[in-house]
Design a protein around this ligand. Structure first.
Ligand SMILES: Cc1cc2nc3c(=O)[nH]c(=O)nc-3n(C[C@H](O)[C@H](O)[C@H](O)COP(=O)(O)O)c2cc1C
Length: 479
């Protein structure tokens, strides 16, 4: 039996009157009101309400309960548990993505299954969890024998054989694991190795890179994220400046150049650069300024090709390269700029891709609601009064780097992002504009906006851009 229940962090209050509320993270929220006839079943959501009892609806209260359950699921307040008939709980399923709803793939005894190379078991506190960066949910394993049975799936196994294994307690768990891409189906003679799983974009991803990508930002994981000071009670704040070494210091100020020597324009730019989070809505950035900004910071300057040479006469294919204003690991230039334009004189609101080769902006149709979500997340990320005039999302074409580099691909991409961010900062400063890097972005929202799978081309950085509000002018709080 698969049942839904509120997760450990949530207290569900269902009053005799039918009023439903929830308490979590120190907040109380009102969920709504149900009819008194549905109260008992709503209360069952504390321990576990069988999902099969929700549909097809037989009574009017069934619809009410289903609406309540879906609402709680969308709000991230539910988890699910699988309990075999007359048995003890086998697994608990914790959603990692918004809107996850447990589904089981249909399986036949003749199907062959194997464990995904992205799946892993680990200890979390005193629990054992089965996870994968591809999976929209994680599985808390209640019985170590089940962990052993799952581990046996490192080589492909027939469903019929697996069903003889008592630990799986039937087909339901296997179906759920297949739907979550923790297990996948292979042909009878397929060993289920790297090339068999997913598309050619997935093949180039190393396990730890995809895990790092999904777990270091929002959208595909439910861990606490952001500036939450998790060790504030356990560890004293680390010093802002490293304590000095014991040796005798050589005072560099005594070796400074003559005070009347003019600062270089770079030194002046570095001195002037600041993160600007509030923008002048009365004087938005103009399209001509944006064009100059992109030309200076990110445009393709030249293109060239070179034959891949492994040495000792071994020659590979011809490879194409570009050169741009900022450095890039292996000259890969895997980073793309997407512009969420909120307020720019001469350019309509919307999402655009910057074609760095043609120095052109290409509009991408998106839902207004998605545009608004992205912009408001950006203002939240900066603790700003209003959304930026333009939000630049730096997206990586992962395979451009991973095709060449093993193990270090994702870390190289992040280094490239740092380099590009500073280039954007200095260019904005140089043009009298303002900007601010933003440390988090929702990779799933971007995937929905661009209709690209998250592992093909996805956000690795963001930068808010616009004309800064003149000093001393207060912002208008958003309405
Ligand atoms: C990688 C990176 C991520 C950042 N993320 C954020 C962010 O999410 N929100 C924000 O308001 N500022 C963000 N900043 C800006 C820093 O807070 C800022 O650079 C720092 O406070 C120093 O101030 P300054 O840039 O004005 O010199 C980020 C900066 C970097 C380099």
């Amino acid at each position: 039996m698969l049942a839904a229940r509120v997760n450990d962090h949530v207290t569900l209050d269902v009053y005799d009157s039918g009023k439903v509320g929830a308490f979590f993270d120190g907040y109380a929220i009102e969920i709504g009101t149900i009819s008194t006839g549905a109260v008992k079943r709503a209360r069952a959501l504390r321990e576990g309400l069988p999902i099969a009892s929700l549909s097809p609806p037989r009574k009017a209260t069934d619809q009410e309960i289903e609406a309540l359950v879906r609402h709680l699921a969308r709000s991230g307040l539910l988890e699910y548990c699988l309990v075999p008939p007359r048995g003890r709980e086998l697994v608990a399923i914790e959603p990692q993505m918004q809107g996850y709803w447990p589904q089981a793939a249909k399986l036949r005894n003749s199907d062959t299954l194997v464990l995904s190379r992205f799946a892993y078991l680990r200890r979390r506190g005193s629990e054992l969890v089965l996870e994968s960066p591809r999976s929209p949910a994680l599985f808390r394993i209640a019985n170590p024998k089940l962990a052993a049975a799952i581990a046996a799936l490192v080589t492909p196994q027939k469903v019929g054989t697996l069903l003889r294994e008592k630990a799986f307690a039937g087909l339901a768990l296997l179906g759920l694991l297949v739907e979550c891409e923790i297990l996948f189906k292979v042909g009878a003679k397929d060993e289920g190795l790297r090339a068999s799983e997913g598309d050619e974009h997935l093949v180039v991803w190393d396990f730890h890179d995809l895990l790092f990508h999904t777990h270091s930002t929002e959208g595909r994981q439910a861990n606490p994220l952001g500036g939450r000071y998790p060790y504030i009670d356990a560890i004293a704040p680390p010093a802002a400046v490293r304590p000095p070494w014991e040796g005798a210091p050589i005072d560099l100020a005594a070796h400074a150049s003559a005070p009347d020597e003019p600062a270089s324009s770079l030194a002046a730019l570095l001195a002037e650069r600041r993160s600007v989070r509030d923008f002048d809505e009365a004087r938005p950035i103009r399209l001509a300024e944006l064009a100059r900004f992109l030309d200076q910071a990110a445009r393709v300057k030249s293109k060239w090709s070179s034959q891949l040479d492994f040495g000792e006469g071994s020659i590979g294919p011809m490879l194409d390269y570009t050169s741009r204003p900022y450095p890039s690991a292996g000259s890969a230039y895997e980073l793309e700029l997407y512009l969420t334009v909120n307020h720019c004189e001469g350019l309509a609101r919307g999402l655009y891709h910057y074609d760095a080769d043609r120095h052109a902006l290409v509009p991408i149709a998106v839902r207004t609601q998605e545009l608004e979500s992205q912009l408001s997340a950006a203002s939240l990320g900066m603790d700003a009064m209003a959304p930026p005039q333009i939000l630049l999302t730096i997206a990586a074409r992962f395979n451009r780097v991973a095709w060449k580099y093993s193990a270090i691909a994702y870390s190289l991409i992040l280094k490239d992002v740092g380099v590009l961010l500073q280039t954007l900062y200095l260019t904005a400063t140089d043009l009298g504009l303002g900007g601010c890097a933003i440390g988090t972005g929702n990779i799933d929202l971007f995937a929905r906006m661009t209709r690209q799978p998250f592992h093909v081309e996805g956000p690795v950085g963001q930068f808010a851009l616009g004309r800064g509000r003149p000093a001393g002018v207060e912002g208008v709080p958003p309405g």
